[in-house]
Design a protein around this ligand. Structure first.
Ligand SMILES: *Cc1c(COP(=O)(O)O)cnc(C)c1O
Length: 398
């Protein structure tokens, strides 16, 4: 089928909720994607922080194929080895006590909110307030879009679930004012992603942890984007010396196969009994077989130090670009391989820069209209970084 035919078919039939770029991607290999015309793209988005091991990674492909030959799905009425193994790995890595598998990030956060609400009922029926951050992103279900501190995601979907409140990320005084014994949970991304790549300030998350403890509120860290090695640690919270009561994961967890997860302490786990939560697909053997490859690969010390090293190199090269184009890039932010370049008064808009990069064979992303966001596969090398920087340099200078 020709490219034009595919555009037409999709545009005529798919619910028009996505502003798509006009390419049809067909296959991938390593850190490159190929469209139906055979054009190659250097992939610095990895399907929005998903393809952590790159494309066509053989151990992942084989694990999925082998599991598909055995059994794809059986439901959660029965035990399966891939799920038991993946849960054990996640519990050990997180330092928490129990894991649950869902199918997406939104579902992971929805489950986290549910268990937090149920847990808080133990103390008081009106301990229901969930505090999250402005400019956060937590998903598209009714509860998670409400937790998402961006009014544009709320508009038209009212009435929203009750008792959600917002503070500015990194403003500890504002949280100290808002939090009370009625607070059920504080929910934050460890590093804000969609909101423009904002890491927490030094000491911020520790103070959040102290405030939560003081008011017996749970700390939920959403590591759907910042987790799975992206920061240079398996969980970004390890970088900042805090431990949440609940952590949520998705995106990179199964290297591209849909999955979500949350992990909780034993104390929190006790709030849920058989029948309180569930899922048909969540944690099925196919998704968990894929997750097991990621969980055997990414936490390795050598793998994580690679992420840190190539991330540092990438950041230093972005800072060079900032020095070369100070009137276009005002700041470079991020950790490991979640990096952002804040556009100031660029010659081209963020979207135009993304489109121009695409023409020149590189896929990058622009979030909130003014931040170029880089969330590549974790297997990129310095040479790939050089290739991207050369393209960006051409686009910014051209
Ligand atoms: C992507 C994302 C989500 C939502 O994940 P979906 O799989 O799209 O539902 C939630 N939180 C964060 C931080 C994300 O980046």
């Amino acid at each position: 089928m020709t490219e034009e035919k595919i555009f037409e078919r999709d545009d005529n039939n798919y619910l028009p909720v996505f502003k798509r770029y006009k390419i049809v991607l067909e296959r991938g290999d390593g850190v490159y994607l190929y469209d139906v015309n055979g054009k190659r793209y250097l992939d610095f988005l990895s399907g929005i922080a998903v393809n952590v091991l790159g494309h066509n990674y053989q151990p992942l492909v084989e694990a999925i194929a082998n599991q598909a030959r055995k059994v794809i799905h059986v439901s959660n009425l029965y035990y399966t080895q891939p799920q038991a193994t993946a849960a054990e790995k996640l519990v050990r890595l997180s330092g928490l006590d129990r894991a649950f598998f869902a199918n997406s990030g939104a579902e992971a956060n929805e489950g986290a909110i549910k268990i937090a609400r149920k847990f808080a009922k133990k103390f008081s029926p009106d301990k229901t307030q969930i505090i999250s951050a402005w400019d956060s992103f937590h998903g598209r279900t009714l509860a998670t879009l409400t937790a998402t501190g961006q009014p544009k995601y709320h508009k038209g979907f009212e009435p929203l679930p009750a008792d959600f409140d917002y503070v500015h990320f990194n403003d500890i005084d504002e949280l100290a004012e808002k939090i009370s014994d009625k607070t059920c949970a504080v929910m934050l991304e460890t590093i804000q992603g969609e909101g423009g790549v904002y890491p927490p300030r030094e000491g911020y998350l520790q103070k959040v942890r102290e405030l939560c403890d003081k008011h017996h509120a749970l700390l939920i860290l959403d590591e759907i984007q910042s987790g799975i090695g992206r920061s240079g640690k398996f969980f970004a919270y390890e970088k900042y010396g805090v431990k949440p009561d609940i952590v949520t994961l998705a995106k990179g967890l199964a290297g591209g196969v849909p999955i979500g997860a949350f992990c909780v302490t034993e104390e929190v786990a006790q709030a849920f009994h058989a029948g309180d939560h569930g899922t048909t697909f969540g944690g099925n053997p196919l998704a968990c077989a894929a997750a097991n490859v990621v969980l055997d690969t990414v936490p390795d010390e050598k793998f994580l130090s690679h992420v840190e090293e190539v991330g540092n190199y990438f950041k230093s090269r972005l800072i060079e670009l900032q020095k070369k184009y100070p009137e276009q890039i005002s700041e470079v932010r991020g950790e490991g391989l979640i990096l952002g370049a804040q556009l100031d008064k660029p010659k081209r808009s963020g979207v135009e820069i993304v489109n121009e990069c695409m023409k020149r064979g590189a896929i990058i992303n622009c979030t909130v209209g003014t931040v170029l966001r880089f969330i590549p596969p974790l297997i990129i090398t310095n040479e790939h970084v050089d290739e991207l920087i050369q393209i960006l340099d051409g686009v910014l200078g051209g």
